[in-house]
Design a protein around this ligand. Structure first.
Ligand code: PGA
Length: 264
């Protein structure tokens, strides 16, 4: 795994935006996998800026989001569809019909079929070129909570207690946080061609160290990223502060500059 440490949140976001923008320029009809949460907001702001000021063109881009709360309609202010419209899609020239977020209103009996179709859509679009990920306080990626199969696919999941607590800051009370979600699986995520894992802040430091340097375990589902050959973790200094091999990551970063090549 490439580990890039930036001095702060803004620099982390810009580094991620550079990688995404390079892909959009090189492959205008690329497929992006997108995440919600506080972490990628700065990345999306930078992409909106690049669109407005530099003409970064999203007209042929397709996107798939990782997850959606089950039970929230797309126009609910806490739904992830709403979040994506507000934070990214409404600020760039992407065609809304090419943006896919799981639908949290699918009837229970149709969920399996719906999730299969979501995966089919990703395949038919040619697969995800770059998947953006945050990491939850419990080590989850998407809503793959501790104990999720490392081969899991898109499905209905129950949220972990810690996730409900963590996400209650966006709701009036903890009771209002949905208990279920539709989420891409770890198996789905690992099929992306390239992955960017973002984390910032002291409170992510311990879980980031477990995910990157700990054993691969379904208890920290982000640790499954160690199985993927093309992951770049972009961290701010606080989130990187519990990593043991920080000197090595910095050495590799310097080496990459010398040979002008990414070293995974
Ligand atoms: P956050 O959430 O970006 O709001 O910290 C990350 C996640 O739960 O994946």
């Amino acid at each position: 795994m490439r580990v890039i440490v930036k001095s702060n949140y803004e620099e982390m976001s810009k580094e991620a935006a550079k990688i995404v923008a390079d892909l959009v320029r090189k492959k205008p009809n690329c497929v992006l996998g997108l995440a919600t949460g506080s972490t990628p907001v700065g990345l999306y702001q930078e992409l909106v800026r690049m669109h407005k000021e530099e003409g970064l063109d999203f007209s042929q881009v397709t996107t798939f989001n990782l997850d959606e709360y089950y039970g929230l309609s797309p126009d609910h202010p806490q739904s992830y569809r709403y979040f994506m419209n507000e934070n990214l899609f409404d600020g760039i020239n992407i065609k809304k019909e090419n943006t896919f977020v799981p639908d949290g209103t699918v009837p229970l009996e149709k969920i399996e079929e719906y999730c299969k179709e979501y995966e089919e859509k990703i395949k038919n679009a040619g697969g995800i070129d770059i998947q953006v990920l945050g990491i939850g306080g419990d080590g989850h990626i998407a809503f793959n909570e501790p104990g999720s199969s490392l081969n899991s696919r898109t499905r209905l999941v129950a949220l972990d207690e810690q996730t409900i607590k963590d996400n209650s800051r966006f709701f009036e009370s903890e009771e209002e946080v949905p208990r279920f979600a539709l989420s891409m699986g770890i198996g789905t995520i690992l099929e992306a061609k390239e992955i960017i894992l973002l984390a910032n802040g002291k409170k992510k430091a311990e879980v980031v160290a477990k995910a990157i340097e700990g054993p691969i375990t379904s208890i920290i589902t982000a640790s499954a990223l160690q199985l993927h050959p093309g992951v770049t973790a972009i961290l701010d200094e606080e989130a990187a502060s519990e990593l043991k091999r920080i000197d090595y990551y910095k050495f590799v970063e310097e080496a990459e500059k010398k040979i002008n090549k990414k070293l995974f």
